[in-house]
Design a protein around this ligand. Structure first.
Ligand code: DX5
Ligand code: ZN
Length: 219
């Protein structure tokens, strides 16, 4: 089976002391740090870019899982690689030639992630990319991308179940509205990689949320 990975989204952290917040999450048991990059165009919100990733890289040892909610993600691969990103997850909807972008990311040595918005279905082309081993992680969004703290969309579990059934060893990531109270739903559907922002950072004891989620996913 596949490894359980808990990836807190730093969007909900105190961004005025981001490196310390990231270090704290790693000390609290985070496996990856999920970094939400937004451009105010692909999604109606702004966050931060590769300059922030580069600063974090110098201070934090963890796996930097970058979720690019941006238009033209093919233009920023080198910048994020140079900044020290470990995974580059682009949105399937944001490019015409996904295969080419997967290759481009792979050539840098970064892991390749493909994210799909709630209305995007898993089509033949996406399955072909997975079949051809071009994708390390498929990110099934469980909210419309753009903001933390939204409500989990349970109907997205159909996509997770389909993927897990077809790909027993694929890294399947879920992102949006995931908290301790619904972790069993995503784990049962077959997700192994959990992104949670407010569900971890706003929890009274974040390390307990991380370890609870992890045991439920490993289960
Ligand atoms: C949404 C982002 C998510 C979000 C998760 O656009 O991609 O990573 O920050 O935050 P919560 O867990 O609060 O929904
Ligand atoms: Zn995200």
């Amino acid at each position: 089976s596949v490894q359980a990975i808990i990836a807190p989204s730093i969007l909900s952290a105190d961004l005025s002391c981001l490196a310390a917040e990231c270090q704290k999450l790693m000390d609290q048991g985070a496996d990856w740090l999920h970094i939400d990059v937004m451009d105010g165009h692909f999604v109606p919100n702004f966050t931060f870019g590769q300059t922030v990733v580069k600063c974090l890289r110098k201070k934090v040892k963890g796996f930097l899982d970058c979720h690019l909610m941006i238009s033209e993600p093919q233009k920023w691969v080198k910048e994020f690689h140079d900044a020290g990103a470990d995974q580059y997850t682009f949105h399937y909807e944001a490019v015409e030639n996904q295969e080419q972008l997967c290759q481009q990311i792979k050539e840098t040595g970064m892991k390749v992630g493909i994210a799909i918005k709630p209305k995007t279905q898993i089509d033949e082309n996406l399955q072909k990319l997975i079949d051809n081993k071009l994708v390390d992680t498929v990110l099934v969004m469980t909210v419309e991308p753009g903001f933390g703290g939204q409500k989990f969309m349970q109907d997205m579990m159909q996509k997770v179940e389909f993927l897990r059934n077809k790909y027993p060893t694929l890294n399947i990531q879920v992102d949006g509205g995931i908290v301790c109270d619904n972790i069993d739903i995503v784990a049962k559907a077959g997700a192994n990689c959990i992104v949670s922002g407010s569900g971890i950072i706003n929890y009274p004891e974040p390390q307990k949320a991380i370890s609870y989620m992890k045991t439920r996913v490993e289960h």
